[in-house]
Design a protein around this ligand. Structure first.
Ligand SMILES: Cc1cc2nc3c(=O)[nH]c(=O)nc-3n(C[C@H](O)[C@H](O)[C@H](O)COP(=O)(O)O)c2cc1C
Length: 219
């Protein structure tokens, strides 16, 4: 890892943690990047307004956003940040990388977050440099990446991703895609049935009938 470390000035690499959880998986991943690239970590949820953060983004050469997948994309504050940043376009060619981790072991359902960053970068004059999608992030719950189910492949793949950031190179999708083995069709059905039962149980516990009529007149 050390061969990639850069002696960067304070604001040249800005690492934005886009999870409300300071000890969650997004933060764990961001710290691993920081160990390679240097730079400062800021918490999107603790920023008061976006103005100061936009100023820091404008001063940075490289911006890395690491956040959880909430309903198939980044949490709303990330999208609000991008909308505010879009008003300041054109940007000065800052390099933008994204990391998104979701509870599900799949990648395609989380990938949408990276697509948002890519669209934003293309439209607003930043350079989209690629991202890393991590499935099974909820099981980790902020524990070291070495505890991931696919640790043997994911750990070196993520190290390579951080190395690309440090070197200012684009990071190919193949890094995260080849590193994670996805559940096959049979496992996916068992898993879905299990999760559906959990959701049904939760609804019943709160006094709702999961198969009853929808509220507010919906069909
Ligand atoms: C409101 C909310 C929505 C979520 N939506 C999804 C989702 O659509 N897909 C998924 O795989 N995980 C989903 N999750 C699980 C988180 O992505 C997962 O727990 C993640 O590891 C949290 O990252 P963090 O520890 O960095 O906060 C959701 C969690 C919350 C709280």
């Amino acid at each position: 890892m050390d061969e990639h470390r850069m002696n960067a000035p304070a604001d040249s690499t800005l690492l934005i943690c886009a999870s409300p959880r300071a000890r969650g998986t997004s933060m764990m991943l961001l710290r691993r990047v920081q160990a390679v690239t240097g730079g400062q970590i800021v918490f999107l949820y603790r920023e008061k307004g976006t103005h100061a953060l936009l100023e820091r983004m404008a001063r940075a050469d490289t911006i890395v956003i690491s956040g959880p997948c909430y309903i198939n994309t980044y949490p709303a504050p990330v999208l609000a940040l991008l909308e505010a940043a879009a008003l300041q376009a054109p940007w000065a060619g800052q390099r933008l990388y994204g990391i998104i981790n979701g509870g599900m072991p799949y990648l395609h359902t989380h990938r949408q977050g990276l697509e948002s960053l890519q669209l934003f970068a293309r439209a607003c004059g930043l350079r989209w440099m690629g991202g890393f999608v991590l499935g099974g992030g909820a099981m980790l719950d902020g524990q070291p990446l070495e505890k991931h189910l696919s640790a043997r492949r994911v750990v070196p793949a993520f190290a390579a991703f951080a190395g690309h950031i440090a070197a200012g190179r684009p990071a190919p999708d193949s890094l995260y895609k080849q590193a994670q083995r996805l559940p096959g069709g049979v496992m996916a059905r068992v898993f879905s049935a299990f999760l559906n039962r959990m959701v049904d149980k939760g609804l019943r516990r709160h006094g709702h009938d999961p198969y009853g009529p929808l509220p507010y007149g919906h069909q």
